[in-house]
Design a protein around this ligand. Structure first.
Ligand code: DUC
Ligand code: ZN
Ligand code: ZN
Length: 477
């Protein structure tokens, strides 16, 4: 019996990184990439990737999993079902939230989510800590200790009654993050404008889901971005602005970056593929497309694609926030719910990678001409790994974790509710046919999904601690 040089060899594929595309073999030993080259020695296991693309697994850096909303509605996914959806869709690492609500100890919140994830996750994971109750103990005891332990990012909300922080508190948290080296991610919308618009619309009897989009005026994004960036600049603290939805928002981020400010930003498939018109459906059907901020217009989609290509926006996450279209989720307020009573959020973990691949690689978005595959990898894996300090992740290189998705670039798949493997029961992207699908997905060299079947097992995901604080030097144009 010849001695196998590797545990696994992925042979004869076209390997894609954020910078290169080349034909070759990838050898994996003990979960890590041990060699990349031609005609590698045999592995104990071999995958024939001839005619296929060998890409880094996706990193979805903004997902809500097993999380209770501020309104008390549990989202539809457990760590098991959400990470099954991730694996199915080519994502091998997720960052979800340890969500503090008022009165909760942040330490206990992180401990509790860690237990849930350790039990259920079948891909690797990390947490952003949502801080909604920045008490003295949270700021001076729990946050410094938790950041030092590897939870190197904080999430703040500038809107939502029960979550929002006011300007002074925002600065308190930014200052703690600066001292202890954490990145601060922010849901930046102007609360007053949204609340005022909501009251006005309801008073006029405008209650349908489509008014959700009207109630989040474009200015609510631009005002909050500007205020947030000013606050972060005041104390020189890096920030990540979540889910940019408007052309103006993207422009504000771009301007800030050109001034040298440490501002990063993401957008999500719902802002690239949906518009506010999707919320305008009979009855409450439009609730399936309700997220905050809302999808905008075609011209915003174009501006967001341009901003991604320019590097003004550096990542595309799903903002997976799944609520079933029934009384346990979207319709918990009953059949006559107003848009204000409907949980905000969309499922997106399993469709993010295929939608982006289809648009960038198969349909050849012109912004990425000549660099489509590398740009796809960069936006969905390499940049999130860098920005969030996910060591060992986001690329195909010797010494990194063998988190790999083997794509069939020619496979056409129609997205349907029935195809989805998460717990939400629907996809807002139903009816679209995408070209390109991740057929085999590996986490640290272990197959977690193959040909549409996920194999897990739950609990096999590893917690990626980001010790050393936030010290990334991301690129991004
Ligand atoms: N909006 C949020 O603020 N969070 C989750 C999803 C959403 O739509
Ligand atoms: Zn948000
Ligand atoms: Zn979110």
């Amino acid at each position: 019996m010849p001695v196998s040089a590797f545990d696994l060899v992925i042979r004869n594929g076209t390997v894609v990184t954020a910078t290169d595309v080349f034909k070759g073999d990838v050898g994996v030993t003990r979960g890590q990439i041990a060699a990349i080259g031609q005609k590698l020695a045999p592995g104990r296991e071999e995958i024939d990737a001839r005619g296929k693309l060998v890409l880094p697994g996706g990193i979805d850096s903004h997902t809500h999993i097993e999380q209770l909303s501020a309104a008390g509605i549990m989202n539809a996914d457990t760590f098991e079902s959400a990470t099954r959806a991730a694996a199915f869709g080519g994502t091998t690492t997720v960052i979800s939230f340890a969500a503090q609500h008022k009165g909760m100890s942040l330490r206990k919140v992180v401990d509790d989510y860690s237990v849930l994830a350790a039990r259920g996750a079948m891909v690797d994971y990390a947490f952003h800590m949502i801080v909604s109750d920045p008490t003295e103990a949270t700021l001076t005891r729990d946050l410094p200790a938790l950041i030092a332990e590897g939870h190197a990012s904080i999430k703040l909300f500038m809107t939502y009654d029960k979550l929002k922080v006011e300007d002074e508190t925002l600065l308190d948290v930014l200052a703690v993050a600066r001292e202890h080296k954490a990145l601060v991610c922010v849901h930046a919308e102007n609360h007053g404008m949204i609340a005022w618009m909501g009251r006005k619309l309801l008073a006029e009897g405008k209650t349908a889901p489509k008014y959700h989009a009207v109630s989040h005026p474009r200015a609510s994004e631009t005002e909050a971005f500007t205020r947030l960036i000013s606050a972060a600049a005041l104390i020189d603290q890096p920030i990540m602005i979540f889910h940019v939805s408007t052309a103006e928002g993207a422009a504000i981020v771009g301007d800030a970056r050109r001034q040298g400010l440490k501002v990063f930003a993401e957008t999500c498939p719902q802002y690239l593929f949906l518009t506010a018109a999707d919320l305008d459906r009979p009855g409450l059907e439009g609730a399936k497309f309700m997220c905050s901020p809302p999808p905008r217009d075609k011209s915003d989609q174009e501006a967001l694609w341009a901003a991604l290509a320019l590097g003004d926006l550096q990542t595309v996450s799903s903002d997976h926030a799944p609520y079933r279209f029934d009384a346990s989720g979207k319709l918990s307020g009953g059949p006559n719910s107003t848009f204000k009573q409907i949980a905000n959020g969309l499922p997106g973990l399993e469709t993010r990678m295929p939608l982006m691949f289809d648009a960038m690689v198969s349909k050849k978005r012109p912004e990425f001409a000549g660099q489509a595959l590398q740009s796809f990898v960069n936006l969905t894996a390499t940049q999130p790994a860098r920005i969030y300090n996910l060591a060992g992740k986001g690329n195909i290189a010797v010494g990194l974790d063998a988190d790999i998705a083997i794509w069939d670039a020619n496979r056409r798949v129609t997205l349907t509710d029935a195809l989805m493997v998460g717990n939400t029961g629907y996809t807002p992207f139903a009816g679209r046919t995408v070209k390109g699908w991740p057929e085999t997905v590996l986490v640290r060299g272990r197959t977690v999904a193959r040909d549409g079947a996920t194999v897990g097992p739950p609990g096999s995901g590893r917690h990626i601690l980001r010790t050393g604080g936030w010290a990334a030097e991301p690129t991004g144009g």
